[in-house]
Design a protein around this ligand. Structure first.
Ligand SMILES: NC(=O)C1=CN([C@@H]2O[C@H](COP(=O)(O)OP(=O)(O)OC[C@H]3O[C@@H](n4cnc5c(N)ncnc54)[C@H](O)[C@@H]3O)[C@@H](O)[C@H]2O)C=CC1
Ligand SMILES: O=C(O)CCC(=O)C(=O)O
Length: 390
């Protein structure tokens, strides 16, 4: 029985992938083999001895201590693209509420209705001019980050009749193929800042992207620009944004990541991290995360990991040895020598690396006893050895 701990509410569509005969799933499970998580902060999480994998039902993994996971041989998965459509739709809504004062207007109408003696129908016609705002049509959108979400946002904005500029120095071939050819892809983000009436950011939050939109970036943007952040709070420097909102340089800032400071600032529209909160996206993410976790725990296959290479292999033989190790020379030779010294015949084998770490999966035609597993564990640079039986 594999023990799976849930750290957030996970859609039942995902939990259904973990059949009860093999998986015990719940938020009170202890010494878990796997974790299913959404946005719960895990940086101070004490890893139990059994923990082998964490699956993030979502895209951003900045809530997970990736380096500590890698050092401990814990595979971290995410669900690329599974919630991208939900975020794209909220970005379209964010552009609209940043332009037309829909929120202010709706609130004002409610206030009129709650004021004694006011004829609402007459009041709206008289008062509506206070809520005028520009159309998106023929305006320019700048999209920073052209991954799963950024590409969908670009294409949707073109459909709305906008001119679209995109920036992504690490644009993958797959992502480039998803982009409409009418998107102007620029090499320097300042080219995008110079022309954009709306700027939206869709990059992961990490040490390199912290404060991506700061005073310097804002100074390169057009005056009265509208800025949208449905990616992560730390990508935009709060103090610099507040100053730009106060001076009027930024007309509106829509953020899906409110905190005490930014929420009360002038011309901020703060949403409660709603980007992926649709039933469709919650189901997609949960199903994909559960499937990744299951395939790793049961078969040793790795798909969509952020810290380990992708490795999938059909079963051959009767046992499978899964080894997470440092990406250093001669590791494969040492593993194979250990197996052959123990007279174990290899049926199939895959070895792949990702940055400092590597994963070797070996199918063999005999059972692997504890002594062999311990010999493999003793190889310098080996982090974790698991033996699976077919
Ligand atoms: N509000 C919400 O509920 C949600 C927020 N997110 C956030 O959005 C982010 C993006 O999500 P996806 O598009 O699905 O991820 P993705 O991995 O498909 O795309 C990220 C893109 O950013 C690019 N990038 C990385 N560093 C960059 C830089 N310095 N400058 C420009 N581009 C850079 C990458 O090359 C990649 O193409 C996530 O990391 C997460 O933080 C994602 C889903 C839901
Ligand atoms: O699970 C959620 O609602 C948050 C989604 C998110 O922020 C992400 O996928 O990066």
């Amino acid at each position: 029985m594999y023990r799976i701990k849930t750290l957030n509410k996970i859609s039942s569509a995902g939990l259904a992938r973990l059949d009860q005969t093999r998986f015990q799933v719940g938020n009170d499970v202890e010494n878990e083999d796997g974790i299913l998580v959404r946005s719960a902060a895990m940086h101070d999480y004490e890893f139990p001895q059994a923990l082998r994998a964490i699956a993030r039902a979502g895209a951003g993994t900045n809530n997970i201590p990736i380096d500590r996971c890698s050092e401990n041989g814990i595979v971290v998965f995410n669900t690329p693209g599974a919630n991208a459509n939900a975020v794209k739709e909220l970005v379209v809504a964010a552009m609209l509420i940043a332009s037309r004062d829909i929120m202010g207007g709706a609130k004002w109408v409610q206030e009129q209705a709650n004021t004694e003696g006011v004829d609402v129908a007459a009041a709206v016609e008289k008062g509506k001019s206070a809520f005028v705002g520009p159309e998106l049509y023929k305006k320019t959108l700048g999209v920073i980050g052209l991954g799963a979400i950024g590409a969908l946002v670009c294409n949707a904005a073109l459909e709305l009749g906008m001119d679209v500029y995109g920036y992504d120095p690490f644009l993958s071939v797959d992502a480039a193929l998803r982009l409409d050819r009418h998107v102007h892809v620029v090499k320097d983000v300042n080219e995008l800042y110079k022309v954009a009436d709306y700027v939206t950011i869709h990059v992961p939050f990490n040490n390199d992207t912290k404060d991506f939109i700061n005073a310097e970036a804002i100074s390169k943007m057009k005056g009265q620009v509208r800025v949208l952040n449905l990616a992560r709070g730390g990508l935009v420097n709060d103090d610099d944004m507040i100053e730009a909102l106060n001076s009027g340089r930024v007309a509106k800032y829509v953020t899906d990541f409110p905190d005490n400071k930014i929420t009360t600032a002038k011309n901020v529209i703060a949403l409660p991290h709603l980007g992926a909160s649709t039933p469709e996206s919650e189901e997609n993410c949960a199903a994909m995360a559960a499937q990744e976790l299951r395939d790793y725990l049961v078969n040793g296959n790795i798909t969509n990991s952020v810290n380990m290479p992708s490795v999938s292999q059909e079963w051959s033989g009767i046992a499978r040895v899964c080894i997470i190790h440092k990406n250093v020379p001669a590791m494969l030779t040492k593993i194979m020598t250990t197996l052959s010294d123990d007279n174990i015949n290899v049926e199939n084998m895959t070895n792949k690396s990702k940055k400092d770490y590597a994963y070797t999966m070996v199918d063999v035609n005999t059972r692997i006893n504890d002594q062999v597993a311990d010999e493999l564990r003793a190889i310098e640079g080996v982090i974790r050895v698991r033996v699976l039986n077919h």
